[in-house]
Design a protein around this ligand. Sequence first.
Ligand code: BES
Ligand code: ZN
Ligand code: ZN
Length: 486
Amino acid sequence: MKILIENKRLNEIKADIKIIFVVNKDLNHKSIEDKDTLEFLGFKGESEESCFLTEKKTVYVGIESLNNEEIRLASSKAINIIKSTNAKSIKIGTYSGDCPGENIKAMSEAFILGSYSFEEYKSKKNPIKIETITICLDDFSRPDVSQETAKKAVKVGTIIANSTNYAKNLVNTIPYEMTSVKLAEVAQELDGLENVTCKVYDEKFLEEQGMGAFLAVNRASHIPPRLIHVIYKPKNAKEKFVYVGKGLTYDSGGLSLKPGSSMVSMKSDMSGGAAVLGIIKGAASLDLPYEVHAIVGATENSIGPEAYKPDDVLVAKNGKTIEIGNTDAEGRLVLADCLCYACEQKPDYLIDMATLTGACVVALGEYTTAIMGHSSSLKQSLGDSASNSGELTGTLPFNRYLKKQLKSPIADLSNIASTRYGGAITAGMFLDNFVTDEYKDKWLHLDIAGPAFVDKDWGYNQCGASGAGIRMNLYWMIEKSKEEAK
Ligand code: BES
Ligand code: ZN
Ligand code: ZN
């Protein structure tokens, strides 16, 4: 599917289907040729409301305002309708908001995100038939976007969406195939991108590094662990962003076995790992002026005679001892060692991404990522970019009382808190023990347990993996680089 820019009016372009947005319920706008029919059909132009006039080969979708997220939702709504037809070409206007180009970027993202489908395991595939989407610059609203700006916006939007879809594929793949070893092989392929290198470490390295927590989680698995370290390093890179992803290719809970229904979808416990790889793909393709690292702790959490047990005490890379209260709180153990390793990379920004706790889903709901950390300005800055990208976030605050709940009578700390209240925060505070003082204010913890994998379609996301966390971080780096270029 290609997105094209034409400096022409909508009516000058030939296409199988036309998309028209009805902005703010204004059915009298000159772009709307079918006002009477739409009114007859009861179409009001409410946000996300759609109407497909098949004879006219026109899809109408309501949008509340020219806000980018409204544009994304409406664009994907239209694509969803057109997907089921045999249309090969589509045309649409620009719908510029205050910031020329941003709307075109949002539109491009939504067309590509919205047309994603995962059919790997279907015996009968139904590939998308749409070949071209033409965005007409000289539309009815405002011909104020230059062709150059528009083309750049399409390129950026396409890269952001493709990086997100790339991660969705990794997460949707079944756990029998997407093992730690396979994930490392996939990550290795990223070195085909300019300025990207990848190092893959095995259990020997983890032993040398004293990563006793990570190794314990892997102990019952017949598949060895992998520490994947991908680096995108352009010439004259400004700052260093180090991302750490939880790469649990399956989380059965271990000996503290999950109940059957909670285990379903735990192939998605590698979503943080997939996201950090997606961020590298995006950053390198966008040629961002930063050094970006992706560190993935990849293993399964299985059961077997060798399994680590509740009551065990593990020693992490930084020497801290951890009493195990529950083997299902395994993500924080893998991340503990990976965060120690990440601090050694001397980051300017250190961000971990993980499907860490069910408690986070209880706290914020399925669609929202929790942002935690010590620096208010850093939390605010990423939260603002997330909002521009269309990703939902909420901050969860650390506090000294919850920290005390991680105490253990026999070790430096326990891997579970003494009460279940505030479970997302106590998990974040557990991780804090593995971030050295120098990097505390540079660190953010993102719990993506809610949005990473949802069992129903939502907005421009399909049921299954969503690539949560990728768009917000790419937007963040893009916005930072623009700010710094000023
Ligand atoms: N991978 C899960 C968290 C999770 C739950 C992700 C639901 C996505 C959806 C994590 O490893 C886990 O099992 N956490 C436990 C922690 C508890 C034992 C302290 C949880 O949330 O129940
Ligand atoms: Zn778990
Ligand atoms: Zn887990």
